[in-house]
Design a binder for this molecule. Structure first.
Ligand code: ZN
Length: 245
């Protein structure tokens, strides 16, 4: 089983009727529905308003993969919570950062850069191209995956070079964007996936669900890790044990 915690700041849905119409159960509720298709995934959800944002030590200890959606309230996420999430990623918890989560404290902390990008809300058509056809995240994903209307995210995207680049998008305006990026941080795996602007029904699409399910399995690092024993420099080397002299 893979234990997923879907974290959503949950503010747009409360303030904006247009967003509420698209996501009556919240963005976290829609992502929960997408992941439910896979019976090996167990989903819990949490929002900014929860005690300690739902990101307590105990909650994180029971999480294999954390999915993060935020936009309006990055600065309201407590530094202590960010530190707990970062520590867990370095210990091996997977992290999937979605859309405007590129400016979240946790993503910036793990990247070490501004994570700024260019954007435009103008009903662009986004075409998401697979550029790593043998990567587990693209299994069963249409090539290309087309979003008829979406917010444009464009380069330059100020991130370190991804360890694996999985998707590149292009837009009606001609812009391109690295829309699916894998990173390794400590023992943890991090995937950034840009689709998911709050006024478009992106998280009701089965093809987007396929990407998220694949990403959950990729980011779930099996534990415990192999134990590496280290010989003391004062111990006699035993390389030749068994050889006769
Ligand atoms: Zn957006």
């Amino acid at each position: 089983m893979t234990r997923v915690l879907v974290w959503n700041e949950g503010i747009h849905e409360k303030r904006n009727e247009e967003v509420r119409a698209v996501y009556p159960d919240g963005i976290h509720g829609a992502i929960n529905q997408l992941l439910k298709v896979d019976k090996t995934i167990v989903v819990r959800t949490a929002t900014l308003a929860d005690v300690e944002h739902g990101l307590t030590e105990a909650a994180l200890a029971q999480t294999d993969v954390l999915i993060w959606w935020g936009h309006l309230a990055h600065q309201q996420v407590a530094d202590e919570a960010v530190a707990r999430v970062q520590a867990r990623v370095l210990q091996g918890m997977g992290l999937i950062v979605l859309h405007s989560g590129h400016l979240s404290k946790i993503f910036q902390a793990l990247m070490g850069t501004t994570c700024n990008l260019r954007w435009r809300e103008a009903d662009d058509r986004e075409v998401i191209w697979t550029v790593a056809p043998d990567h587990p995240i693209v299994a069963g994903v249409p090539q290309p995956l087309v979003l008829p209307r979406h917010e444009m995210y464009g380069e330059y995207f100020d991130i370190p070079a991804p360890d694996e680049l999985v998707f590149v998008s292009n837009f009606t305006g001609g812009e391109v964007f690295r829309s699916g990026c894998c990173f390794r941080r400590g023992k943890g795996r991090v995937f950034y996936f840009s689709p998911g602007h709050e006024t478009y029904p992106i998280y009701h699409r089965a093809d987007i669900g396929r990407v998220l399910i694949n990403a959950v399995h990729w980011a779930h690092v099996a534990v415990p890790h192999a134990v590496i024993t280290t010989q003391s420099p004062n111990d006699p080397l035993n390389w030749f044990v068994g050889e006769t002299t």
